[in-house]
Design a protein around this ligand. Structure first.
Ligand SMILES: Nc1ncnc2c1ncn2[C@@H]1O[C@H](COP(=O)(O)OP(=O)(O)OP(=O)(O)O)[C@@H](O)[C@H]1O
Length: 225
């Protein structure tokens, strides 16, 4: 069946692969990895290490948004930029796994964006907050759900301050949101895995350990002729 896919255009090939991996017994699409945790807990630090160590195995899922692109942002790289009418139409059609409105703009994860990544035999990473997690769970997304926990609120505050990306007001908002995120994240049953990000290398090894089987599966599939 693999021979049949050879020589086809990328689009047809990935559609064929999607078909094969969806319908052939024993073959499954790579499961998305949902990474959640309070702002400053170290989510992006951890998944950037994965992206670097395993090129071609993971891809950060690109969200859709109605906000205007900022200088330097590219459509399809940071976000898929679409207008509000189109977004609302897509929501009606059930195209979004999750969506939310922040400061007058809509943000969301489209099912198609995720499936395209999976059909290329790549594991999508979703960096979403607990509200997003609640929504993707409602949509019955079969994913690996991982919560990243800071060692304490004090350490979280120190890390956010030393990152120097927030105004004092934004920092206070993030810290107060962090308490709610932690309450949901640490509640038994909400996440399959909880990683305390104290020592970065230890936390990363734990993350890798959780995903190593999925990484091997993707790599094995990539090496097939
Ligand atoms: N284990 C660690 N030890 C010390 N510093 C860390 C550790 N993990 C992350 N950091 C630092 O803490 C800061 C916050 O990490 P990061 O930006 O990865 O958090 P985040 O969860 O992705 O935040 P946001 O949701 O706001 O994007 C960064 O400056 C990062 O370098």
């Amino acid at each position: 069946m693999f021979v049949l896919c050879r020589g086809l255009s990328g689009q047809v090939r990935s559609t064929a692969r999607l078909f094969l991996r969806t319908y052939v017994p024993g073959m499954a699409l790579p499961r998305p990895v949902v990474i959640c945790g309070p702002s400053g807990s170290g989510k992006s630090t951890l998944y950037n290490k994965l992206l670097k160590e395993f090129p071609g195995v993971f891809q950060l899922s690109v969200s859709h948004t109605t906000r205007q692109p900022r200088p330097g942002e590219l459509n399809g790289r940071e976000y898929h930029f679409i207008n509000r009418d189109q977004f609302q139409e897509n929501i009606k059609q059930g195209d979004f796994l999750e969506w939310a409105e922040f400061s007058g703009n809509i943000y969301g994860t489209s099912k198609k964006a995720l499936e395209e990544v999976q059909s290329n035999n790549v594991i999508p990473i979703l960096d979403i907050d607990t509200q997003g997690v609640r929504n993707v769970k409602k949509a019955s997304l079969e994913a690996v759900y991982i919560f990243i926990k800071p060692p304490s609120i004090d350490v979280l505050e120190k890390r956010l301050r030393s990152r120097k990306t927030e105004t004092e007001e934004a920092l206070q908002k993030r810290l107060s949101a962090a308490r709610n995120e932690l309450e949901y994240g640490l509640k038994p049953g909400n996440f399959q895995h909880i990683i305390t990000n104290d020592d970065l290398d230890v936390a990363y090894e734990k993350l890798k350990g959780i995903l190593i089987k999925a990484i091997d599966e993707v790599k094995n599939e990539q090496y097939k002729p």
